[in-house]
Design a protein around this ligand. Structure first.
Ligand code: FES
Length: 105
């Protein structure tokens, strides 16, 4: 298990305990933790509705080429942008801080 932190718009950081032995994506964890990210494409890197920003965790701020194919279609891509469905949770991610950028009301 590792602990990651989800930063809300108001700056509050909520810790979430996540297993790293189930090959789960960050998108799946956020949904399971009742963050209402739409994740419309179901994790295929095709919708960008799981867009998050890695606030702390330098090693995980680099989006992959697949992610950039999607980010290139967006009007705003802040530093540290990632698609949560493309991030697999590993032990090295202990303590990272992420900020969801697309939440349903
Ligand atoms: S769920 Fe669609 S891009 Fe991640």
């Amino acid at each position: 298990m590792i602990t990651i932190f989800v930063e809300e718009k108001n700056g509050t950081r909520t810790p979430i305990e996540v297993p790293t032995d189930m090959n789960l994506s960050l998108m799946e964890i956020l949904k399971a933790s009742e963050y209402s990210i739409p994740a419309t494409c179901g994790g295929m890197a095709l919708c960008a509705t799981c867009h998050v920003q890695v606030v702390e965790g330098e090693a995980f701020k680099q989006a992959t080429e697949t992610e950039w194919d999607m980010f290139d279609t967006l009007p705003a891509v802040p530093e540290g942008s990632r698609l949560a469905c493309q991030i697999r949770l590993t032990d090295e991610m202990e303590g990272i801080v992420i900020r969801p950028l697309v939440l349903e009301d």
